[in-house]
Structure formats: C-alpha cells, structure tokens
Design a binder for this molecule. Structure first.
Ligand SMILES: [Zn+2]
Length: 84
C-alpha cells in the first residue's frame, strides 16, 4: 500500500500498488520512488458526508487535481506532502 496525505481532502488516501512489471489491473502502478512518486492511473476518491470527490494524478511527487474534484484544490497542481 502507498499512503498519501491529500492536501485537498485534508486526509490520507491509501492505494494498493504494484510494480510496473506486474501490473494486474487491480492496483495502481507505482514507480517505487518515495521522494517523487508516480502512480497511475488516476485516483478517484469519494468520501465524507457531502460526498466530496477527489480526482487526481500523482506524477513526480506532485498531485494534480482534476477539475471534477469538489474540494478547494480542484484544477490545481501542488507538491505532495511527505508522509511517514
Ligand atoms: Zn483527496
């Protein structure tokens, strides 16, 4: 699992990940770089009482929120905060 701290949602998102060599379609492909992670495909999370939508790409340690996200960082690209 890879955990990210999502600055749009102010909470963690956890993704099951696999290596590029054995992508099986049930997990995200993780480049293995904890400093500058890249995950694919995009991450779509719905949560909370108001059904907040968080849709993002993580590329080279940055998180790009797509415009269908419903939180305050929709449409923006920000540095991914470090997580333990
Ligand atoms: Zn989020």
């Amino acid at each position: 699992m890879v955990w990210i701290w999502c600055p749009g949602c102010d909470e963690h998102h956890a993704m099951p990940v696999t290596k590029p060599s054995n992508g099986d379609g049930v997990a995200w492909v993780f480049n293995g770089d904890e400093e500058k992670p890249t995950l694919s495909p995009s991450i779509l999370v719905r949560h909370g009482a108001n059904n907040t939508v968080c849709h993002s790409f993580i590329t080279d340690g940055k998180i790009q929120f797509l415009s269908d996200s419903t939180h305050g960082l929709s449409g923006q690209t920000v540095e991914l905060p470090e997580v333990d």
